[in-house]
Write a protein that binds this ligand. Structure first.
Ligand SMILES: Cc1cc2nc3c(=O)[nH]c(=O)nc-3n(C[C@H](O)[C@H](O)[C@H](O)COP(=O)(O)OP(=O)(O)OC[C@H]3O[C@@H](n4cnc5c(N)ncnc54)[C@H](O)[C@@H]3O)c2cc1C
Length: 376
């Protein structure tokens, strides 16, 4: 066992940290304030090869691997949580196309995604099917040499900015069979709803999608008929390592602000960091950050080695999201009134981190995945 990063992983960490500090962090408050999708950040991610980290150069990727990807995503999210989730879903979409797609699909979409031509989106959730994703009702009717999609999706990250969206739809009602389709933005019958107004990650693009008589060719199917749920669940396993990393990045930023503040702020004639009540909060936060990081590295390491990692990814996401919420909450408390106002970034971190316990499976759903794995 070796807890040190490789030279390549250290270089990626240093490169992305410096990009994030220089470009993403300074714009994050304004992106949040204006609920503005930061397209310029997406461009910078593409320029540095950070949008196709999980597939090879033959398809425009950088094939940096799951550990480097987790590191890069953490660093991006530490600067701007909204940019982090956009990056996560684009990488996740590309990886799913690489794993399950035909060579024609790989050659068409992967260079677009890694090159920043558009983001990638993954549309599973529907107004009536969230945690119970298999209960979706969007239907794809087979018709001649194609499929015709009807239905709607809710809360789709990158939905308005995606060049390709993976859409899960029923292709048979009884017994239920779910299939996955690659749908391009310009496809007639595919429309993008209004942007959701959110508590946090307000610069991320979250929209409803609707499909009305939306015809796609048979070649738009990802994998084989009936593969949709398998594709969705295994894609989410990898996605959860990304969300764990996003949570760690956000929480680390809140922790660093709180640490600096505790050193500088004086009350009752001493730095507040000298009060044991504050020290314990910071000690707990430092320990939980490390624990979240170790769980996340383990899941990414297993994935990199081609070993089973579903339970470990759920554990990492569950712990990082829950601990991250506690850390951001304590950071606001440590800053007192200054934590509650927009002059300091910790109130934004607290708003941004909440969603990590919700998307890509709520904390309750992670516990179900973990307990199922315990019972074999
Ligand atoms: C900002 C944002 C971005 C998102 N991006 C995407 C995206 O890109 N693609 C996509 O497909 N989806 C996306 N989602 C959707 C997200 O994955 C769902 O919101 C999430 O899975 C929960 O579904 P729901 O909101 O319908 O809640 P529900 O499933 O209705 O859950 C409500 C509550 O009930 C609990 N609950 C449900 N079932 C159980 C159970 N069996 N046991 C115990 N408790 C349970 C939940 O944990 C939760 O606390 C996004 C959501 C948000 C907010």
């Amino acid at each position: 066992m070796d807890f040190r990063l490789t030279d390549e992983q250290s270089q990626i960490e240093a490169m992305v940290r410096s990009l994030s500090l220089k470009e993403f962090a300074p714009r994050a408050a304004q992106v949040d304030e204006e609920s503005r999708y930061p397209a310029e950040n997406h461009r910078l991610l593409a320029d540095l090869g950070l949008l196709g980290m999980l597939y090879p150069a033959t398809f425009g990727g950088s094939e940096a691997g799951p550990v480097s990807y987790a590191i890069a995503l953490r660093e991006v999210a530490a600067g701007c949580a909204s940019t982090g989730v956009g990056m996560a879903v684009t990488n996740m979409t590309g990886e799913a196309i690489f794993r399950f797609g035909s060579d024609a699909q790989r050659s068409r979409y992967l260079p677009m995604l890694s090159g920043g031509k558009g983001a990638g989106a993954f549309a599973l959730t529907e107004p009536g099917a969230g945690s119970d994703a298999a209960g979706l009702s969007t239907f794809a009717r087979e018709d001649g040499n194609g499929y015709v999609l009807d239905g709607s999706k809710a809360f789709i990250t990158n939905g308005a900015n995606a060049c390709v969206t993976i859409v899960m739809a029923l292709t048979q009602r009884s017994p239920r069979r779910i299939s996955a389709f690659l749908v391009e933005r310009e496809t007639p019958g595919f429309s993008i709803g209004k942007s959701e107004r959110k508590l946090g990650i307000r610069g991320s693009d979250t929209v409803a999608l609707s499909f009305e008589e939306c015809r796609v060719p048979k070649t738009a199917m990802l994998g084989s008929p009936g593969d949709g749920l398998k594709i969705a669940l295994s894609t989410l396993d990898g996605g959860r390592i990304g969300i764990a990393s996003q949570a760690i990045g956000i929480a680390r930023s809140a922790f660093l602000t709180a640490t600096g503040y505790a050193r500088d702020r004086r009350q009752f004639g001493q730095a507040i960091g000298e009060f044991q009540a504050i020290q314990w909060k910071l000690a707990n936060a430092a320990t939980e950050l490390d624990a979240a990081q170790l769980l996340t590295y383990r899941a990414a390491f297993l994935k990199e080695k081609g070993l089973p990692y579903s339970k470990e990814a759920s554990m990492a996401k569950l712990f990082a999201a829950e601990a991250g919420n506690r850390i951001c909450h304590d950071a606001v408390q440590i800053l007192g009134g200054y934590g509650y106002i927009r002059e300091y970034p910790v109130e934004r971190h607290l708003r941004d981190i909440q969603v990590t316990t919700i998307y890509e499976g709520t904390s309750e759903i992670q516990r179900i995945v973990i307990s199922r794995a315990l019972h074999g």
